[in-house]
Design a protein around this ligand. Structure first.
Ligand code: NAD
Length: 356
């Protein structure tokens, strides 16, 4: 197969980590007889420096016409004080909107080899954590009407949380399909004891659950979910939730795994086009030092193969390559402990590519 991939390397450690993912993708292409064509598009601070905007219209068109987009990270102190209308993150929101990326998939995996990196006790994490949060990305309170007015002499601010049935149904389908590909368990997170939008969410999920009898479905309130993620995270397989709850819970979940550098994510549209990125930022404190952990980006590339290209064996091969590197004791500084083999970003990329 031949696929066109746009690389949005971005700022800080972005270029270093994306380069390692490309190495691994090239090894996959060679082994399985595929051809991956790469087009680089500037995004974030580097684009502001060159063009005065965080992504150009031409760059956006290239993203829209690609088979998939792989992103490093954007931003850094240099651009913290630019005009808010051209801040680096504006480009990410624009790409999500233009590509119709309404579903954010965040697998949270604590590799058994790194069990002692988790802030949770060994008795709680057991043989590792492996859950997936499916977050609605283009609706809810972050996209609702908002305003601040003066009422009876004081300021009053209002944000609307709005969801339509079709928005809930399409994210629900992504979640049920994800559960089918995993351990067939889905928990839908809401606040249906208080919010109307959550009651519609729950009713819509129940309707969908009837279409997926193979999936063991349950409802869970968001406050209880926040507790259960700490108390008993291994009970979960797939969690689906609205935009703001998902934003908060996915950050909570990512911390269970020890290092932010290990975690991938996918943002999907209704077609096969998706954007894939590690969950961390541009880590300006370690940029250019060749010590960043590239595994989150490499695992994002594996998700790209799985979700946009339907290359399941190839995605499995990348995950196996990561496991093999960890089993062999290779660790970037963020996950390094005495007795293991300390490697930099480039060397970890070389090892992962060789393991393919
Ligand atoms: P960050 O995720 O960049 O860094 C937080 C900490 O984690 C730092 O100590 C960093 O060194 C470490 N870290 C992150 N990724 C790592 C990796 N792969 N390997 C080893 N260590 C890693 O968060 P921040 O410092 O709050 O933000 C830095 C910049 O990134 C800001 O400008 C912020 O706006 C931006 N940001 C971008 C994205 C994105 O592009 N999607 C997401 C979050 C933050």
């Amino acid at each position: 197969m031949e696929k066109n991939i746009v690389l949005l390397k971005g700022d800080g450690i972005g270029p270093e980590i994306v380069d390692q993912a490309v190495k691994v993708l090239d090894a996959v292409a060679e082994k399985y007889g595929h051809k991956f064509n790469y087009t680089e598009v500037d995004i974030g601070g580097c684009s502001i420096d060159k063009y005065g905007v965080p992504i150009t219209d031409e760059g956006m068109e290239k993203c829209k016409n690609a088979d998939a987009v792989l992103l490093g990270a954007v931003g850094g102190p240099k651009w913290d004080n630019v005009d808010p209308s051209i801040r680096p993150e504006k480009a990410l929101l624009a790409v999500r909107r233009e590509l119709g990326l309404f579903a954010n998939l965040r697998p949270t995996r604590l590799f058994p080899q790194l069990a002692d990196s988790s802030p949770l006790k060994q008795s709680i994490v057991g043989n590792g954590i492996d859950l997936m949060i499916v977050r609605e990305l283009t609706g809810g309170i972050y996209f609702g009407k908002r305003y601040t007015e003066v009422v009876d002499g004081e300021k009053v601010a209002t944000d609307y949380m709005t969801y339509s049935e079709h928005e809930i149904e399409r994210i629900g389908r992504v979640a049920f399909e994800s559960a089918l590909k995993r351990n067939k368990k889905l928990a839908s997170v809401d606040k249906a004891n208080v919010l109307d939008s959550s009651r519609l969410w729950r009713a819509t999920m129940h309707r969908l659950a009837e279409e997926y009898p193979q999936v063991e479905y349950s409802d869970i309130l968001v406050d209880n979910t926040a507790m259960q993620l700490i108390k008993n995270p291994t009970q979960f397989d797939v969690l689906v939730t609205e935009n703001m709850f998902g934003d908060i819970l996915s950050d909570e979940a990512s911390m269970l795994t020890g290092s932010i550098g290990m975690m991938p994510s996918a943002s999907l549209s209704s077609g096969t086009l998706g954007m894939y990125e590690p969950i961390h930022g541009s880590a300006p404190d370690i940029a250019g030092m060749d010590i960043a952990n590239p595994i989150g980006t490499v695992m994002s590339a594996a998700m790209m193969l799985r979700y946009s290209f339907d290359m399941m064996d190839e995605a499995d091969a990348i995950e196996a390559a990561v496991n093999k590197a960890l089993d062999a004791g290779y660790r970037t500084p963020d996950i390094y402990k005495d007795g293991f083999k300390r490697v930099g970003c480039t060397e970890m990329g070389d090892i992962l590519a060789a393991n393919i």
